[in-house]
Design a protein around this ligand. Structure first.
Ligand code: BYC
Length: 318
């Protein structure tokens, strides 16, 4: 049997991947590659936008002016990440309005973690340390993603995430070294976020339908379980430095593997959350729709300005 000849375009694409080179928007790419990236990048963008909510809820209640300013800057960074990512997704041919509609209509996924509430100020610390920490672990390899616009966006995003993680760490450090009640509050926040943060890396490899192809295309560089393990190995000594611990009886150093073993995660809960049954799914979606409606006048003003600018004699505009 003879294998059908590959088109020149397909050969060029395959060569770019084999050379570990970059695919750019003007290059030909297989439809599956385009579809996978549009899915992943838009889900990532939606996560950044929805992810603003749990922390934004704390801006008015941050315990000092300095903390308020830092938190506002962080939440604003997340909005910026969303915008770079929608722009990167648009280069694949689907416009931002369509992607945003998918989110508003509840048809698009976003990270499971943002369907959990931030109950106390310590949760803001746990989100910074564990959620942004998991995001860095996942996103540093994405800086080498084969699709140019996504990889380049990730470089800047990761730099900002490092600041976010440190601000979370610092909040917890202060609490862990404060009064016994503050230390207890920090410990309880970690208890709440440990499992959901580990689930951010996605389902176990055996249950991850997209991983194999995404890794073959150099979109993902490591599997979900590999990154999860890397994250656990990173956070255990960090928790010790904070004087806090993870409530996982199976968490222990495995000399033979050179890694920490950890307990099974609740995957029924994870799949329930991504299906829409998490504690805050409804609230997050409703708030996003409301914010979109509240921002209608800004979009209308920007469109009116753009129209006026286009029809004006631009030589008269300095
Ligand atoms: N939550 O085959 P799999 C941030 C879905 S924002 C929900 O392994 P893949 C921050 C997955 O989409 C950081 N859904 O998929 C912002 C797929 O469903 P579909 C967000 C999940 O794509 C504000 C199905 O499960 N980071 O840091 O190969 C404030 C099967 O999974 C999740 C990113 O978006 C999940 N956790 O791998 C603070 C990173 N996991 O689409 C902080 C970019 C899986 O087939 N994304 N699913 O219906 C990725 O790296 C990959 O998409 C994933 C999943 C590792 C997440």
């Amino acid at each position: 049997m003879t294998t059908p000849e590959l088109s020149q375009e397909q050969q060029h694409f395959d060569q770019l991947i084999a050379d570990d080179s970059r695919v750019e928007p003007t290059d030909w790419m297989p439809e599956g590659y385009r579809k996978t990236l549009t899915r992943q990048i838009s889900q990532h963008a939606h996560s950044e936008i929805i992810g603003m909510q749990p922390e934004a809820n704390w801006i008015t209640r941050a315990p000092s002016l300095k903390r308020k300013a830092i938190l506002m800057a962080k939440v604003q960074d997340e909005a910026g990440h969303g915008l770079y990512l929608y722009s990167a997704a648009e280069t694949l041919g689907t416009d931002r309005d369509t992607l945003v509609d998918q989110l508003l209509e509840g048809k698009a996924k976003y990270s499971s973690i943002f369907n959990y509430p931030a109950r106390t100020w310590a949760d803001v610390g746990a989100i910074g340390w564990l959620v942004d920490g998991a995001a860095i672990c996942n996103q540093v390899p994405l800086c080498r993603c084969s699709y140019g616009p996504y990889g380049r966006a990730m470089v800047r995003v990761c730099k900002e995430e490092s600041f976010h993680q440190r601000q979370g760490w610092e909040i917890l450090y202060e609490l862990a070294n404060g009064t016994p009640a503050q230390k207890q509050m920090a410990q309880e926040a970690i208890n709440r976020f440990y499992g959901p943060a580990l689930q951010m890396f996605g389902p176990p490899d055996d249950d991850s339908p997209n991983s194999q192809q995404s890794m073959a295309w150099n979109i993902k560089r490591f599997s979900n379980d590999e990154l999860r393990q890397r994250f656990v190995d990173m956070i255990v000594p960090q928790a010790e430095a904070l004087g806090l611990h993870f409530e996982d009886p199976d968490l222990k150093w495995n000399e033979e593997r050179g890694h920490y073993d950890f307990g099974a995660l609740d995957w029924d809960e994870f799949f329930g959350v991504i299906k829409g049954d998490g504690p805050c799914n409804e609230q997050r979606a409703q708030r996003r729709r409301q914010a979109f409606e509240d921002g209608a006048w800004v979009r209308e003003a920007a469109a009116a300005y753009a129209e006026k600018y286009e029809s004006a004699d631009t030589s008269l505009i300095a």
